[in-house]
Design a protein around this ligand. Structure first.
Ligand code: AP5
Length: 227
């Protein structure tokens, strides 16, 4: 089963993707994580995108499409792929359709994480911290790093905060979402793939809604090939 998690910054895409990886053995493909990894390893592409990301703008389509293409070509897609933060433009959505078709794969669901409170999103990302070892996501108010300073998942003791998790960058990221990415809601609605969930609920409630959608699928747990 292959799905997209669609929603504005802070909607909870990464949080829900990690739960699905744990529970269903799916593979999370996050273009944000891939770009941050390129920055950390100091590649030429990583250096080129650093400033664009910190300011909250979108990286060019050719770069992110290339990252996804490369990963899909490697195969080994577990029980299916969760596209997290990709596609973000209509050009990326068209490219994804082509790439999946070429690999004999199809999209099963586009889970739209609906939110109606941009201030809450700013609060969510402003308090975010991520375990540097395993990527577990924390929040200063709603899911704090344990008092003993050890990650609950891997016992790691180093936590990262993102350069773009501030109010200024968030305004740009939200504008980019509404301008460039929100049209994908209509795009996938017409393709009958759109499945809205309430992204303002508690993390567990959202997870239940998402799993309800996935378990209603005719072929849960399978990386569906059309050819
Ligand atoms: P990316 O890394 O994809 O960031 P984003 O889309 O801005 O999304 P976030 O990671 O901020 O939020 P999320 O929805 O995953 O929320 P999370 O679960 O972490 O992209 C970063 C940048 O890379 C972009 O700005 C762009 O420059 C570039 N980029 C990436 N992909 C691109 C593409 N395809 N095209 C072009 N450029 C691209 O949760 C956030 C916080 O909220 C956490 O602290 C969490 O604990 C908390 N939380 C989660 N769910 C809930 C809940 N239900 N209730 C309360 N708190 C919650």
């Amino acid at each position: 089963m292959n799905i997209i998690l669609l929603g504005p910054p802070g909607a909870g895409k990464g949080t829900q993707a990690r739960l699905l990886v744990e529970r269903l053995g799916m593979i999370q493909l996050s273009t944000g994580d891939m770009l941050r990894a390129a920055r950390r390893s100091g590649t030429e592409m990583g250096r080129r995108v650093a400033d664009v990301m910190d300011k909250g703008h979108l990286v060019t389509d050719d770069i992110v499409i290339g990252l996804i293409r490369e990963r899909l070509l490697q195969g080994d897609l577990g029980s299916g792929v969760i596209f997290d933060g990709f596609p973000r433009t209509l050009a990326q959505a068209d490219a994804l359709d082509d790439m999946l078709a070429r690999e004999g794969l199809r999209l099963d669901h586009v889970v739209e994480m609906r939110v109606n409170d941009d201030e809450a999103l700013v609060q969510r990302v402003s308090g975010r911290a991520t375990c540097a070892t395993c990527g577990e996501v924390y929040h200063d108010a709603t899911k704090p790093i344990p008092d003993d300073g050890h990650c609950t998942k891997c016992s790691g003791t180093t936590f990262n905060r993102r350069g773009d998790d501030n109010a200024d960058s968030m305004r740009t990221r939200l504008l980019a979402y509404y301008k460039e990415t929100a049209p994908l809601v209509g795009y996938y609605y017409v393709k009958r793939l759109l499945r809205p969930v309430d992204g303002m609920g508690e993390i567990d409630q959202v997870a239940q809604e998402v799993e309800g959608i996935l378990s209603a699928s005719p072929l849960p747990g399978a990386a569906v090939r059309t050819a």
